[in-house]
Each structure stands twice: as structure tokens, then as C-alpha cells.
Ligand binder design. Structure first.
Ligand SMILES: Cc1cc2nc3c(=O)[nH]c(=O)nc-3n(C[C@H](O)[C@H](O)[C@H](O)COP(=O)(O)OP(=O)(O)OC[C@H]3O[C@@H](n4cnc5c(N)ncnc54)[C@H](O)[C@@H]3O)c2cc1C
Length: 468
């Protein structure tokens, strides 16, 4: 079967990945049906407890650019050039993400970005969108998906309780709990693992101050690292901040499972995050009323079945959020898929297999990097070696941008490198700098080029020994 634009593609899940994939395939002329289990978020308020804002960076922007949406996305974002580290009982300090002042990650509203994508889909003739219709089953033999229609849905005026859609190819972009992936799981040679993190998350909010302005600097991602747990805050266009507390479920003395009484909650914040008690006057209410979400890593494969179904985005590789890359990786899936479409595949089967094969090592790499960053952010961002390492890296990126990029920059600001390349080089480089610092080899008395040479040499040795 030749891949023809008139073929009918069914995409399940109109979240970030599903919408961008739908848009790109529609732009290529395919006939698209996109089905979403939730209501149209442009017409109803979003669920509490789903992360409200996200850090959008270069990989995601590159994919949005392919669909003509980069500038529109940036117009509803706030750039964050670095981390503001709030240490316990010490002065806070700012640490740039990169030595290149142009590099920033961008705080963007999840519903705002999703709405931007849905609006772009509305403008395409060949897309049909359905909301309030969860996919409940999938028959891979006939390529038919079954949907349950929420009959209370006033938006569609459709009274049918259920319906089926048959398509040439089905894309599962239905997030971490993917029904499409669960169908693939029943196939004999499908590998699947889900590793829950010890920590969950809860979102809180810092309202604008009495003067209507931001209560913290708005060009930074704020972090309160506390070893066992941590809080981060990202700015919103309405001058509020979305605050996320990452805490163990069962950790003692502070964990979500036992931190339930008002006096305990108050004591916890007073001991660990006193600043936030002042910034969030209704913190207790927010803590008690906002849900706690779980965090986990899903690795699986192959992501496709014959030429008929494929999963992408969180459905294929849900990761913990500590590199701010889950959405970026999901958007990059679409970019990689799109680039493969230009390579002249005649059969969907070959294209889907090529996508799964090419992308899986990168998905595994960013999953591992995100777990590394969990420990780095909560434990190391405030420690002396980490700070020394960052200051050397920032200087090198400022003064020798052609010769040096930190691991963070390779992952976040260099979409030309794959996640896997960024992980391999970045980890070796980190190990090199930390070991040189611990051995007092990287001293201030050396000039920058000598420092660079030492780091490169040690990195090379580490990479060489890894390959043996
Ligand atoms: C606390 C937190 C913070 C995060 N911060 C960042 C960040 O800063 N930067 C970043 O890049 N990433 C971040 N992420 C990750 C990011 O949210 C995800 O990677 C991204 O949302 C994945 O997009 P997706 O479209 O694959 O999945 P989802 O966003 O989960 O979308 C899936 C869609 O499918 C729909 N759906 C589900 N089941 C069905 C069904 N059966 N039938 C029909 N529709 C269905 C859902 O309703 C949803 O609309 C964060 C995640 C969390 C939890």
C-alpha cells in the first residue's frame, strides 16, 4: 500500500502531542480525525491538579516552528534565563542556564498552548475534531477504535452513546495512561516498564502582589532545594506563579501521606519554606484542596504494530518532569516523524518501524537524564562543587561558545544533538569537571583555555573508557 495523502488517520488524544501531530499531517494533506476524552478546553475550565504551566525550550520550539506556530507560542510565553536558588537561611542567588544570554526556557500555559494548537486545527479543512469521547477499546486487526460518548456533552449535540472509527493508521497520543499502548501491551513481544518515583507533586499558586505585579523576579525559574524535597515556581502571564512542591509520599518526617493536619503543614512550611508562607497567605487551603499527583517513568517498545498503529508522546515515554522536557520530547517526536516522512517510505509499516527504532534511544536517554536532574535539583543545586562547576561552565559558554556546551545546554538549547548524544557527552563532561575540581586540578590560577583543555582531555578519557 502506498502512503497517499487521502488516507484516513485517526489520532487518539488532543493533548499537546496529538494536536501537533494532527496539524502536521493535516498540513501534508491527510484526512484526520482527532478524538479527545475531555471537553474542549477552550470552552471549559481545566482540571485542577494537571500541571498548569510548562517550560518550553528549543526542541519544542523547533517542532512548533515546523507547523508555523513558534512565534505565536513565544508570544504567550515568559522567558526564564536562569534558576533563582532560594537557599535555607542564606541569601538567594541567580544561576544562568547558559553562558549565552540569548538562551532561555519559556514558561507557557498548558491550556494556552493546547488552545493555540486546537485553533490552528480548526483552520484546517481536512480535520474533524471530537471531544468528550474517551477511546475505550481498539481492534488492531480491523484498525477500529471504539469510543464512549459523554451524552451529557452539550457541545456536540450528538446523542449516540458510543461510536466506532476505522482508519488506515491510528496514532495513540493519549498520554501516560494510553489505551492504545495498553492494546499493544497485549502483543507478545512488547516490552513495558513503569517505575514510580518515590516523590509526587502538588501545585500551589503565588498570586500577584497588592500592586498587581509579580512577587518574585519573573525572568527566572525559582527553586527551593531542600535535599529530601523541593519546590519550584514558574511565572505566568497574569503575574502569578505556579508553584510545584515535590515531596516523598512516605518520607519521614515530611511526606504527602502523613502531612495532613493543618498544624503539621504549617510547621513544615515554616521550617522548610518560610518565605512561601508570606507569599501564599492561603497556603493551608491550597495545600489541603489541591490534589497530589504521582510521577513515574514509562519505557516500552516497539511503539508500533505493523503499519497500523503507533504511539508517541507520553503514551510511549512518560518521564519525570525534572528536565522540563516531557512536552519538548513529545513535540520532537512529531518533528522526527515528519522528517522521516520525507525519506520516501512507501509503506506505513516501514515508516512506523523506522520512527520507533530511531526515537526510542532518545526517549530512554531523556528519561534517564530527567531522573538524574531530580537528584541534582533537590540536592546539589546549592552545594559548593555544583556551584563552582556551574560558574566554570557559564564562563566557558560565554567566552568559548564554539568550543564548550554544558550538558544542560546540549539537552535544552541544542536540538541538533539527539538526547542520546547529549546524555553521553554531557554525563562524561560533568564527571570530568567534578573529578578535576575534587582533585583541585581546575584552579582559578589557570586561564580559561587551560581549563577547557583539561576538561576536554578528561572528558575524552572518560568517553574512551566507556567505549571499552
Ligand atoms: C508536574 C509536571 C510538570 C511538567 N513540566 C513540564 C515542563 O516544564 N516542560 C515539559 O516539556 N514537559 C513538562 N511536563 C511533561 C508534559 O506535561 C508531558 O510530557 C506532555 O503533556 C505530554 O504530552 P502528550 O500529548 O503526549 O500527553 P498529554 O498531555 O497527557 O495528553 C494526552 C491527551 O490524551 C487524552 N486522552 C487520554 N486518554 C484518552 C482516551 N482514552 N481517549 C481519548 N483521549 C484520551 C487526554 O485527555 C489528553 O488530552 C510536566 C509534567 C508534569 C506532571
Amino acid at each position: 500500500m502506498l502512503m497517499k495523502p487521502q488516507e484516513h488517520i485517526l489520532i487518539i488524544g488532543a493533548g499537546l502531542c496529538g494536536c501537533l501531530m494532527a496539524l502536521r499531517l493535516a498540513q501534508r494533506g491527510y484526512t484526520i480525525t482527532l478524538v479527545e476524552k475531555r471537553p474542549d478546553l477552550r470552552l471549559s475550565s481545566i482540571d485542577a491538579g494537571r500541571s498548569i504551566n510548562l517550560a518550553l525550550s528549543d526542541r519544542g520550539l523547533k517542532a512548533l516552528s515546523m507547523a508555523g506556530l513558534k512565534e505565536k507560542a513565544l508570544a504567550i510565553s515568559l522567558p526564564m534565563g536562569g534558576r533563582m536558588i532560594h537557599q535555607k537561611e542564606q541569601t538567594s542567588f541567580y544561576s544562568p542556564y547558559s553562558g549565552n544570554p540569548k538562551n532561555a526556557i519559556n514558561s507557557i500555559s498548558r491550556p494556552g498552548l493546547n488552545a493555540l494548537l486546537l485553533d490552528a486545527l480548526d483552520a484546517e479543512q481536512n480535520v474533524s475534531l471530537h471531544f468528550n469521547a474517551p477511546c475505550i477499546n481498539l481492534d488492531l486487526q480491523t484498525n477500529t477504535a471504539g469510543f464512549k460518548k459523554d451524552t451529557s456533552d452539550k457541545q456536540s449535540g450528538d446523542d449516540a452513546a458510543s461510536f466506532h472509527i476505522t482508519a488506515d493508521v491510528i496514532f495513540g497520543c493519549d498520554g501516560a495512561g494510553s489505551v492504545v499502548r495498553k492494546t499493544l501491551e497485549k502483543i507478545a513481544d512488547f516490552d513495558f516498564s513503569l517505575e514510580w518515583l518515590s516523590h509526587g507533586y502538588k501545585e500551589l499558586s503565588i498570586a500577584p502582589g497588592d500592586d498587581g505585579d509579580f512577587q518574585l523576579r519573573a525572568d527566572a525559574l525559582h527553586i527551593w532545594p531542600r535535599g529530601q524535597d523541593m519546590i519550584i515556581a514558574l511565572p505566568n502571564l497574569d503575574r502569578s506563579f505556579t508553584v510545584t512542591l515535590f515531596m516523598g509520599h512516605q518520607t519521614q518526617p515530611y511526606g504527602f501521606d502523613h502531612l495532613t493536619q493543618p498544624s503539621q503543614i504549617h510547621d513544615y512550611f515554616k521550617t522548610q519554606y518560610p518565605e512561601l508562607l508570606d507569599l501564599i497567605p492561603d497556603l493551608l487551603d491550597q495545600y489541603q484542596n489541591n490534589p497530589t499527583g504521582p510521577l513515574g517513568t514509562i519505557k516500552c517498545g516497539p511503539w508500533h504494530w505493523q503499519g497500523k498503529a503507533v504511539i508517541m508522546g507520553d503514551a510511549a515515554h512518560a518521564i519525570v518532569p525534572f528536565y522540563g522536557q516531557g512536552m519538548n520530547a513529545s513535540f520532537e517526536d512529531v518533528l522526527v516523524f515528519d522528517q522521516l516522512m520525507d525519506q520516501g517510505f512507501d509503506q506505513w509499516e516501514d515508516l512506523l518501524a523506522a520512527f520507533s527504532k530511531k526515537r526510542k534511544p532518545d526517549a530512554d536517554a531523556i528519561a534517564n537524564l530527567a531522573l538524574d536532574n531530580f537528584y541534582e535539583m533537590k540536592e546539589h543545586t546549592a552545594d559548593a562543587i555544583f556551584q563552582k562547576k556551574r560558574s566554570i561552565e557559564v564562563k566557558l559558554e560565554q567566552e568559548r561558545p564554539e568550543a564548550y556546551q554544558s550538558k544542560y545546554s546540549m539537552v535544552t538549547f541544542n536540538p541538533e544533538l539527539s538526547y542520546h548524544q547529549a546524555m553521553t557527552r554531557g554525563r562524561a563532561q560533568d564527571q570530568a569537571i567534578v573529578s578535576l575540581l575534587k582533585e583541585h586540578e581546575l584552579s582559578e590560577s589557570l586561564d580559561l583555555d587551560q581549563q577547557l583543555m583539561l576538561i576536554k582531555k578528561r572528558t575524552h578519557e572518560i568517553l574512551g573508557s566507556d567505549q571499552n
